[in-house]
Structures are given as structure tokens and as C-alpha cells.
Design a protein around this ligand. Structure first.
Ligand code: CMP
Length: 158
């Protein structure tokens, strides 16, 4: 069993698969800044290519050091990004995580935990790559967000 498969299995055990209607996922994703340049049909295609999961409070969604296999968007709820005892960020509706490992192929850089009952929309690595290739503007938006998060991390270091 590959490491990727192990992480996937572990994450699926921690999460409850959950189905929203396609119309509801499309509507939730339409209001997300990352997809602000997308038309309704394009957002619908994204909605069709992912899955929704629910997490209880305290669930580790992404584990520091593990091999990354997915991209996550918070639809409802709140997660914290933690490195050991340090809280690096708090992310809620419309914000995403898990992109770093997919971009550089390195293990997950931090833990991400549900601090409220949380519903996420997830894309597999392959779907994420295909989406970014088809819509290169997503890479630019993610770079902007990465710069913002880096600046926030630098200012909290001081
Ligand atoms: P990844 O490394 O794949 O898994 C952990 C995720 O936490 C990471 O991708 C980012 O999405 C997120 N993350 C890591 N560091 C920070 C930070 N300083 N601020 C906000 N989000 C972060």
C-alpha cells in the first residue's frame, strides 16, 4: 500500500463523506474568491469533480509531515493551521488549505484541525493539477494568497 493510499485511507476514516446537491455545492463555490473569475458553468464543472466531507471538532484533517494528496476548501466551519503548539492561521468559509504539498511535492507543512464542526469540499491531486492547468489564473491567485500568508507568518514572528 503506498503512502498516498495510507493518508487517503486515514483521512477518509476521520471524515464523514457527505453529499450536498450539485446546485448547493455550485452555489457555495460561486461565492469563493478563488473562483471569482469563473462562470457558472465552470464552477459547476469544479463542483462535479470534487467531494464533500464533514469533520467533527478536534479532527486532524491534514497531518504535519504526511504525504499530501488533496486540496481542501472550507465550505462551513473553521479550521486552525498549527505547527506544534503554535497556531499559524485560522481559516473559515471560502478559504482553502493543502495546496502547498500539491505545489511542491513535499510533505504537509503543518497540521490542520477542525475547531468547529466543519464541512470541506476536496479535490484530488490529479483534479487539482488539471484545474490549475486549465485555469492558470488560479495559480496567480494562489501565489497572492501564499504571499499574504507568508507576510502574516513573518509579522507574527516578530
Ligand atoms: P500543506 O503544506 O499541503 O498542508 C498544511 C497546510 O496548511 C498548507 O498546505 C497550507 O495550506 C496551510 N498553511 C501552512 N502554513 C500556513 C500559514 N503560515 N498560514 C496559513 N496557512 C498555512
Amino acid at each position: 500500500m503506498s503512502l498516498n493510499h495510507l493518508e487517503q485511507t486515514k483521512l477518509q476514516m476521520a471524515a464523514e463523506p457527505w453529499s450536498m446537491t450539485l446546485a448547493d455545492v455550485t452555489s457555495a463555490l460561486s461565492s469563493v474568491p478563488l473562483f471569482s473569475g469563473f462562470g457558472q458553468k465552470q464552477v459547476r464543472l469544479v463542483a462535479e469533480s470534487g467531494r464533500e466531507y464533514k469533520y467533527k471538532v478536534g479532527t486532524t484533517i491534514v497531518e504535519d509531515g504526511s504525504v499530501g494528496v488533496g486540496f481542501y476548501m472550507v465550505l462551513n466551519g473553521r479550521v486552525e493551521v498549527r505547527k506544534g503548539p503554535r497556531v499559524l492561521a485560522s481559516l473559515s468559509n471560502g478559504q482553502y488549505f493543502g495546496e502547498m504539498s500539491l505545489i511542491d511535492g513535499e510533505p504537509r507543512s503543518a497540521d490542520v484541525l477542525a475547531v468547529q464542526p466543519t464541512e470541506c469540499f476536496t479535490l484530488s491531486t490529479q483534479t487539482f493539477y488539471a484545474l490549475v492547468k486549465r485555469h492558470p489564473e488560479l495559480a496567480l491567485l494562489m501565489l497572492k494568497e501564499l504571499a499574504k500568508r507568508l507576510r502574516a507568518a513573518q509579522s507574527s514572528d516578530q
